[in-house]
Design a protein around this ligand. Structure first.
Ligand code: SF4
Length: 703
């Protein structure tokens, strides 16, 4: 393996869920260099612009936190303290709140960038020992609608396919995603496959003409929010054309008759009108899908980040189910994870409604199983607060203390000014981060310095269920510690047993044991196997010696009680804030190619600023004309919640009536005029509790 070579270490890129393998070399001066790992099955040596600049996250220490800091009142300046003092005081405050107001008065808000071991210990701490389920992660803002969709349709939060299915597919339906920018290396594989096989059909569904649409055979530029109508119309045409798999529908699925009734409620022409696309294009999409030997649907935030996100997911999964395009080569639904380890977090149960190894919090047997294993307190049956609910609870005073790890909520949460009010009202705030830049630090009582990528050891799981081991390459600067170690030290200060792990490997062992007998059983894994294999795909049961499980449901048996997949007759619902006279345009938000989330890492790299250096509003030239807005004019984008002031970028690539803001920028020198989430809506999907980032009503005016 790479790790056998002196000063070269095997790791995985810490940005998107593609999970590219990298080789990190430690130089004599203590800095690192990074290159793509040519032997790694995901990327075969390729890296995108973000991955190519990974070394800066380690080498540039200009914004790093070096030692713990604390203050006894918000009006006092932060003081450097020892780890012992910081954790002792935090434990004392947590104990006081828990005693006075109960265990639900404290919460942890963590990140899809945490390593699996970190997620595991914090989840164990709050659910198994503090006795509350108040742990949620920024994955709530990202994948929770997909999680709910998979569970409802397949019985388990489980991505059925592998990246290697890309080269075996001959039709891709890419919806609510711009992988050319957001999952670039995965998209390079799709592009190469299409170039080598021009007959491969690519359908892109997006209100914007994105770079991903450049290689599409068909771009359906739908009206925002009409995804369910479109998917149903395609389903209807597939049924009308006889392009469905009757054997699969009859023997391996349930719910088809009710689904058929729903999709036949609206003609294709009516659907086309509502979606703002041509009827013949809907029919063509269905013909491409119906004629495919291997059909892969791919999606991400355009479907997930919606007040009807679960409905959108289910309506898409239905297309794979009615065509029987699942559990066979080159076929299946494929959610593209936004963050590098959102999936690993779910594996340990790192959301407020989950338990370890995909167990369900509302199942008394599951709670008992986990409680016995941990030997702590009774696990509460009450779901904890989700991401946005935590900040609401700070606002209404029911949540007293919040501990924020490796995430930047005051840039990334919807309706963020409200979240900011919550942070102001919080009685006690702990911020655990690598950087001194997150806005949360202004509100912190205790600041804990964390080790960054390549400064700690652990594992992550990418979008295709691939678990990889990330080596520690260099020491963390100053007194910074790995996140898992910080949590374990704190748990011990709280007086809890079961947190005296000697290293990350021991944490992983415990996590693996807890998966025994579940659908994500990885009892055959430990660090030795992972280091030797470099990566494997779960499940990986005891005694397994191969590379893991490339494809799920090959025997057409699903994880539902009936073992059949469920085709849900999803109703067409709109829950978004609709445009009106005061706010006539629809705002959608998203990423740009060279920045990552809230830019705390990529924002430091000058090269990555060259592509797009500042926030902007994308608007159609005809809409701009009506508003007397020219290219580069400063405009105010206002919603019922707040406003931003950015330069206009006129583009015929966006649908009329729709405007786009990038989501990356937060406060700059105290000024929040670029922060898209001042404007976005915190309406939630009722099942997944994922916010409606992609749809709210706004007004645009020249400044
Ligand atoms: Fe990293 Fe994703 Fe780029 Fe791969 S595609 S190098 S995982 S950011």
């Amino acid at each position: 393996t790479t790790e056998q070579h002196k000063d070269k270490f095997a790791s995985t890129c810490c940005y998107c869920g593609v999970g590219c393998g990298v080789t990190v070399s430690k130089e004599k001066n203590g800095t690192v260099t990074v290159e793509g790992d040519a032997a790694y099955p995901v990327n075969k040596g390729m890296l995108c612009s973000k991955g190519l600049n990974l070394q800066y996250t380690v080498n540039d220490k200009s914004d790093r936190l070096f030692y713990p800091q604390m203050r006894y009142s918000k009006s006092m300046p932060m003081q450097r303290v020892s780890w012992d003092e910081a954790l002792q005081r935090t434990a004392a405050v947590f104990k006081t709140f828990i005693q006075k107001y109960g265990p639900e008065s404290v919460a942890f808000y963590v990140s899809g960038q945490c390593l699996t071991e970190e997620y595991y210990v914090v989840n164990k701490l709050i659910k198994g020992f503090i006795g509350s389920n108040n742990i949620d992660t920024n994955s709530r803002l990202c994948m929770s609608s997909a999680v709910a969709g998979y569970k409802m349709a397949l019985g388990e939060d489980s991505v059925p396919v592998s990246y290697d299915d890309i080269e075996l597919a001959d039709c891709f339906y890419v919806t609510g995603a711009n992988p050319a920018w957001c999952h670039p290396i995965l998209w390079r594989r799709v592009e190469a496959h299409k170039a080598a096989n021009p007959g491969v059909k690519i359908i892109v569904v997006d209100p914007r003409v994105t770079d991903s649409a450049a290689i599409a055979d068909l771009h359906l530029q739908l009206n925002p929010g009409t995804d369910v109508i479109l998917n149903h119309a395609i389903g209807r045409v597939l049924i009308e054309n006889g392009d469905i798999d009757l054997d699969f529908i009859q023997n391996h699925a349930e719910g088809f008759e009710a689904y058929k009734e729903v999709v036949f409620e609206r003609t294709v022409a009516e659907a086309a009108e509502l979606c703002g696309v041509r009827e013949e294009d809907i029919r063509l999409a269905a013909t491409y899908i119906g004629g495919a030997k291997g059909f892969i649907s791919m999606w991400t935030m355009g479907l997930n980040q919606s007040a009807v996100g679960v409905d959108k997911n289910l309506s898409l999964l239905n297309l794979n189910l009615i065509t029987g395009q699942i559990g066979k080569p080159g076929a299946g639904p494929f959610s593209l994870t936004g963050q590098p380890n959102a999936m690993g977090g779910r594996e340990v149960g790192g959301l407020s409604n989950l338990l370890a190894a995909h167990r369900n919090l509302n199942n008394p047997l599951h709670r008992e199983e986990v409680q016995k294993f941990w030997g702590g307190t009774t696990i509460s049956e009450k779901p904890g607060l989700t991401a946005t609910e935590m900040f609401e609870a700070l606002n209404n005073g029911s949540l007293k203390a919040i501990w924020v790890i490796c995430t930047n909520p005051l840039t990334s949460l919807p309706n963020v000014r409200l979240a900011e009010e919550g942070m102001k009202k919080a009685k006690f705030v702990v911020v655990q981060d690598i950087s001194d830049k997150p806005e949360t630090i202004r509100y912190a009582d205790v600041v804990l310095p964390a080790a960054a990528w390549a400064e700690k050891e652990g594992t992550m799981t990418n979008s295709e269920r691939r678990i990889s081991h990330l080596a520690k390459v260099v020491d963390a600067p100053g007194e910074a510690l790995p996140d898992a170690e910080i949590i374990c030290r704190f748990a011990q200060k709280m007086g809890f047993r079961g947190f005296d792990f000697k290293n990350a490997s021991e944490i992983y062992q415990e996590h693996a044991q807890l998966t025994a007998g579940t659908n994500i059983d990885i009892t055959g894994l430990n660090y030795e196997v992972l280091q030797q294999k470099r990566s494997v795909q779960w499940p990986y049961t005891t005694g397994e010696t191969g590379e893991g499980t490339a494809r799920l449901f090959t025997d057409k048996t699903f994880y539902t009680p009936s073992t059949k997949a469920v085709i849900h007759p999803v109703p067409v619902a709109f829950r978004s804030e609709m445009p009106d006279n005061d706010f006539p345009l629809i705002l959608t938000t998203g990423r740009i190619r060279d920045q990552w989330h809230t830019m705390s890492k990529t924002g430091k790299v000058n090269k990555l600023k060259k592509h797009i250096s500042q926030a902007y509003l994308e608007i159609h030239p005809t809409d701009a004309d009506l508003l007397k807005i020219g290219e580069g004019d400063v405009v105010v984008v206002a919603s019922r919640r707040g406003d931003v002031r950015v330069k206009a970028k006129l583009s015929a690539n966006i649908k009329r009536g729709v405007v786009f803001l990038p989501m990356h920028w937060g406060k700059i020198l105290g000024n929040d005029l670029n922060r898209a989430n001042n404007v976005t809506n915190d309406a939630l999907d009722p099942i997944s509790k994922e916010p409606d980032f992609k749809f709210c009503a706004v007004r645009v005016e020249k400044y």
